[in-house]
Design a protein around this ligand. Structure first.
Ligand SMILES: *[C@@H]1O[C@H](CO)[C@@H](O)[C@H](O)[C@H]1NC(C)=O
Ligand SMILES: *[C@@H]1O[C@H](CO)[C@@H](O)[C@H](O)[C@H]1NC(C)=O
Ligand SMILES: *[C@@H]1O[C@H](CO)[C@@H](O)[C@H](O)[C@H]1NC(C)=O
Ligand SMILES: *[C@@H]1O[C@H](CO)[C@@H](O)[C@H](O)[C@H]1NC(C)=O
Ligand SMILES: *[C@@H]1O[C@H](CO)[C@@H](O)[C@H](O)[C@H]1NC(C)=O
Ligand SMILES: *[C@@H]1O[C@H](CO)[C@@H](O)[C@H](O)[C@H]1NC(C)=O
Ligand SMILES: *[C@@H]1O[C@H](CO)[C@@H](O)[C@H](O)[C@H]1NC(C)=O
Ligand SMILES: *[C@@H]1O[C@H](CO)[C@@H](O)[C@H](O)[C@H]1NC(C)=O
Ligand SMILES: *[C@@H]1O[C@H](CO)[C@@H](O)[C@H](O)[C@H]1NC(C)=O
Ligand SMILES: *[C@@H]1O[C@H](CO)[C@@H](O)[C@H](O)[C@H]1NC(C)=O
Ligand SMILES: *[C@@H]1O[C@H](CO)[C@@H](O)[C@H](O)[C@H]1NC(C)=O
Ligand SMILES: *[C@@H]1O[C@H](CO)[C@@H](O)[C@H](O)[C@H]1NC(C)=O
Length: 829
């Protein structure tokens, strides 16, 4: 950083001397005083220095105003530029100048109005905050204003309204809010507008069409919504348009095809739908076209093949169907093609084989079939190929390994078959770092020539159908992540033997194999100092004793030892592994938690899964000491007693709490778990009322109290929980009428098998249904709704697929015991 200061300083110095030889300024004293007064508004803090990009160079901040003094010519001060003739200050560039503070009132900026020729004001990359005072409008002659990378907030209007000649306006990376529809149409001289990364909202008004001089428009990363007005097609000088990361919806107007100078079009991460208009093919200067993460449907328009300058095309995460058009063979400048996570089909698009500049190709998670063509080698610049989760068949072309630049191959979960051949790997310096071939139908040995892949870091050969000889792995010196799950043809794996092949390994997945553990203490202690492992998956390995050799694995972060047959106590030393953040013990036959040896608990354990064991007795208070715990799943055990009060220790961290299917009694705890998103206490023996403290569970999305003995009236008051999506009260002693209550996001409600009575208003769920179809949950968190499939919906689907279901009234005693009302679950999409 110090070096950058110096560099900048020298640069400035040269700048000034060069200037001095061509022009002699003498700043006007009045203007000098204005500047000195303006300087006083800010505090300079050198300590917190931002990195700034000045003409493409990254440099540190430096306080330009420090050179300002009474006795010198202000035209030579840092950041000040004067007109050569009139000697008026025309430009004030205080970007990256360590300025801290707020524009307190109108007085500070208003001083600058006494610089009558000031055209450019740049205060970007400082630490300025607060609202921009309306007095900035007094600087009516400004043509260029940059306030980016500060913490300005509030509405920019009416501040800028009175600067009609503004042609350059950059407000990016602040906290500005409000609607642009109120002022955008007033700036018909704008050529550059960057509002990205703020909190602007509302629609783009039709009046944007008057900004006919605009060459660059960025609205990205705000909360804009609504459709794109067709008038955008009027901005015929635009070269760059960025609308990404907003909530825009609807169709892309075909008038966009009129923006014939456009080189960059960014539409990703919105909710655009319908087809991509074929008029995009008219944007003949386009080099970058990104419309991923939307809801586009239909086919990729073949007109895209006309975009002969295109270097990057990304349309992943949409609902596109059909084939990749053969016209794509003409995109001969293309380096990145990203079409994953759509519903594209057909054979491997041979049109792509003409794209000799292609370096990044992602076809994964589609419906492609057929074989991988051996002449894929014509993609001589390919660095990355991903085609996992498709239905490719046939052999893996060994020619792939001859591609000199290739670093990553992802082909898991296809139907590839035959044996693995590395072909002519005489090139000793293979750049391959990732080879991911799991879940295919490969057979035969892994050739020992794999050792030529000296840079291999990730290897996935899960579900390999022939015997795997582990000694080959010791040849792979760079290996960090090794996926070996479900090696059906490899009988028994000695954990210590396989670990001894490595010095350090970030990840080892042995799940679904028959793993045995060296219980011979001498062997273990011999081994321990040398092996270091961070993530270990031993799920479903038929293990009967807890692997003692993990006791000294102080770098262990993730341990999945679920689905085994381990008996006895969960060892106390586990809680002392300082980096353990994720522990899955579920589906074993543990009976308790060993506590005696505990001295200092790991403070990082975030996820603990202990379901499906034989735990009994009270829920151990030990768990309340795990202060980082976010997920706690103790379901399907024999825990008894009440939910421990000390659980309140976790109220600000815990996000998922599942104690379903135990023998817990007493009342629900009264703590306010403000971070809890999923709370499942179903199938226990809980009594009493729902605690009114539930209204403070402000993040709650799932509440399930089914099959207890809770005796309460209908909890209409839960409608204050803004995020609630699933509410299951089934099989308790709820009684009385069902109040009408507006649950905003509710998708599932089950109140069956209770003693509710009275009339259910006919429109009760109509409203609810509307709400649920509007609300789409995109959050792919690890929330699970573990309801019974018998209720009529597939567990887990709600959160994964964003489908709203309403589950109502099944076998409930709606009409005062007349029991007539029966309905099924109703899909709403
Ligand atoms: C500049 O002059 C003003 C009075 O005009 C005085 O108050 C101030 O201290 C002077 N500043 C410097 C840096 O000399
Ligand atoms: C700033 O000046 C405008 C008029 O130019 C006035 O309406 C506003 O109240 C002033 N704000 C403050 C904080 O003085
Ligand atoms: C801004 O534009 C609106 C109409 O779009 C107009 O009513 C208003 O007077 C304009 N303001 C200025 C300062 O020109
Ligand atoms: C399009 O731009 C022209 C000037 O080039 C202007 O006269 C017209 O009003 C604009 N149309 C729209 C819809 O804004
Ligand atoms: C723009 O694209 C459309 C559809 O592809 C086409 O009909 C039209 O002629 C094109 N316009 C120009 C000016 O190329
Ligand atoms: C690649 O091979 C396929 C047949 O497998 C052929 O149709 C295609 O023309 C070849 N492409 C190139 C570029 O060689
Ligand atoms: C694509 O490659 C094939 C085979 O090399 C060739 O016949 C065809 O003309 C090429 N297409 C284009 C558009 O370059
Ligand atoms: C293997 O590759 C080397 C250079 O990469 C080449 O000289 C040799 O002819 C190739 N051998 C075969 C059989 O293709
Ligand atoms: C334990 O290891 C030692 C030293 O490697 C060996 O001599 C002994 O036979 C082993 N014992 C068992 C039970 O495998
Ligand atoms: C361990 O492997 C199993 C089966 O392959 C998988 O379901 C599970 O998610 C893995 N565990 C972790 C923590 O990745
Ligand atoms: C529990 O683990 C056993 C293997 O020990 C496995 O067969 C069974 O399917 C697992 N149960 C569940 C629910 O995953
Ligand atoms: C529920 O509680 C009320 C008293 O508050 C009692 O009269 C009723 O019998 C209880 N119902 C059940 C099913 O326990």
């Amino acid at each position: 950083m110090t070096l950058s200061f110096l560099f900048l300083f020298i640069f400035k110095f040269q700048d000034v001397t060069a200037f001095a030889t061509t022009a002699r300024h003498l700043c006007r004293p009045g203007q000098r005083n204005v500047l000195l007064e303006f300087k006083k508004v800010f505090e300079i803090r050198r300590s917190s220095s931002k990195l700034c990009n000045i003409n493409g160079r990254i440099v540190g901040s430096y306080p330009k105003t420090e050179s300002w003094g009474n006795n010198s010519d202000c035209c030579y001060w840092g950041g000040v530029t004067c007109d050569a003739k009139s000697k008026d200050v025309i430009k004030l560039d205080l970007s990256c100048s360590c300025l801290h503070g707020r524009f307190h009132s109108n007085t500070s900026l208003v001083r600058l109005q006494n610089l009558p020729s000031l055209k450019t004001l740049d205060l970007s990359n400082n630490y300025l905050y607060g609202q921009v005072p309306s007095s900035i409008g007094k600087l009516s002659r400004l043509t260029s204003l940059s306030l980016s990378n500060n913490r300005f907030s509030g509405e920019i209007l009416p501040s800028v309204e009175n600067i009609p000649r503004l042609s350059f306006l950059r407000l990016s990376n602040n906290l500005f809010s409000g609607q642009i529809r109120l002022w955008i149409g007033n700036f018909s001289h704008l050529t550059f507008l960057d509002l990205s990364s703020n909190h602007f909202a509302g629609q783009i008004p039709f009046s944007i069409g008057v900004l006919s001089q605009l060459t660059s428009l960025s609205l990205s990363d705000n909360q804009f919504s609504g459709q794109i007005p067709t008038s955008l097609g009027n901005l015929s000088h635009l070269t760059s348009l960025d609308l990404s990361s907003n909530q825009f919806s609807g169709q892309i107007p075909s008038t966009l095809g009129k923006l014939s100078h456009l080189t960059s079009l960014q539409l990703f991460a919105n909710q655009f739908s319908d087809q991509i208009p074929s008029s995009v093919g008219n944007l003949s200067h386009l080099t970058s076209l990104h419309f991923s993460h939307n809801q586009f449907s239909g086919q990729l328009p073949s007109s895209i093949g006309k975009l002969s300058r295109l270097t990057s095309l990304d349309c992943c995460e949409n609902s596109l169907v059909g084939r990749i058009p053969s016209s794509f063979s003409r995109l001969n400048q293309l380096t990145n093609l990203v079409v994953n996570s759509n519903k594209l089909s057909g054979k491997f698009p041979i049109a792509l084989l003409n794209l000799t500049k292609l370096s990044y190709l992602s076809l994964s998670n589609n419906r492609f079939t057929g074989t991988l063509p051996p002449n894929i080698t014509s993609l001589s610049n390919l660095e990355f190929i991903s085609a996992y989760d498709n239905a490719f068949v046939g052999p893996l072309p060994s020619s792939l390994f001859n591609l000199p630049a290739l670093t990553s191959i992802y082909l898991t979960n296809n139907q590839l078959e035959g044996s693995l051949k590395f072909g002519n790997t005489s090139s000793p310096s293979s750049k391959l770092r990732v080879l991911s071939l799991g879940s295919n139908k490969f057979k035969g040995p892994i050739p020992s020539s794999i050792s030529k892949l000296a840079n291999l870091e990730v290897l996935d050969i899960s579900h390999w159908n022939s015997h795997v000889d582990f000694s080959i792995f010791s040849l792979l010196r760079s290996l960090q992540r090794l996926y070996l799950s479900h090696l059906r043809a490899t009988p028994r794996i000695d954990l210590s033997a396989i670990l001894s092949c490595f010095k350090s390994l970030d990840l080892l997945d042995l799940s679904g194999n028959h793993v045995f553990l060296a219980t011979n203490k001498t062997t273990v202690s011999d081994l321990l100092p040398s092996v270091v492992i961070s993530n270990l998956n031993l799920s479903g390995c038929g293990i009967t004793e807890f692997p003692e050799l993990l006791r000294t694995q102080t770098l262990l972060q993730t341990l999945d030892i679920s689905n085994n047959e381990i008996k006895g106590q969960v060892p106390g030393w586990l809680w002392m592994l300082p980096n353990l953040g994720y522990l899955d013990l579920s589906n074993n036959t543990f009976i308790g938690f060993e506590t005696s040896t505990i001295r200092k608990l790991s403070s990082v354990l975030g996820h603990l899964f202990g379901s499906n064991n034989n735990f009994s007795g009270e829920v151990p208070s030990l768990l309340c000491e795990l202060h980082s715990l976010r997920t706690l799943d103790l379901s399907n055990n024999n825990f008894s007693g009440s939910i421990p009060l000390c659980m309140g220790n976790l109220k600000s961290t815990l996000s998922v709490l599942n104690v379903r299917q135990n023998r817990l009694s007493g009342c629900l705890p009264g703590n306010a778990f403000e971070s809890l998103r999923s709370f499942d206490v179903g199938h226990n023996q809980l009594v009493g009322k729902l605690p009114r403290s539930l209204v403070h569970f402000s993040a709650l999305e799932v509440l399930n109290v089914e099959s207890n003995m809770i005796n309460d009236t209908f909890p209409f008051w839960l409608n204050s929980l803004q995020e609630l999506k699933v509410l299951v009260l089934r099989s308790n002693a709820f009684h009385g009428p069902v109040h009408q209550a507006a649950f905003l996001k509710l998708q599932i409600i089950d109140i069956s098998h209770n003693h509710f009575s009275g009339i259910l208003p006919s429109d009760y769920f109509v409203n609810l249904r509307k709400m649920s179809s509007l609300e789409v949950n995109k959050d792919r968190s690890n929330l699970k709704y573990t309801g019974e499939a018998a209720i009529g919906f597939v567990p887990g689907i709600v959160f994964g697929l964003a489908i709203g279901y309403i589950l109502v009234c099944y076998k409930t005693e709606w009409f005062s015991g007349r029991n007539k009302h029966r309905s099924r679950s109703t899909p709403t999409r």
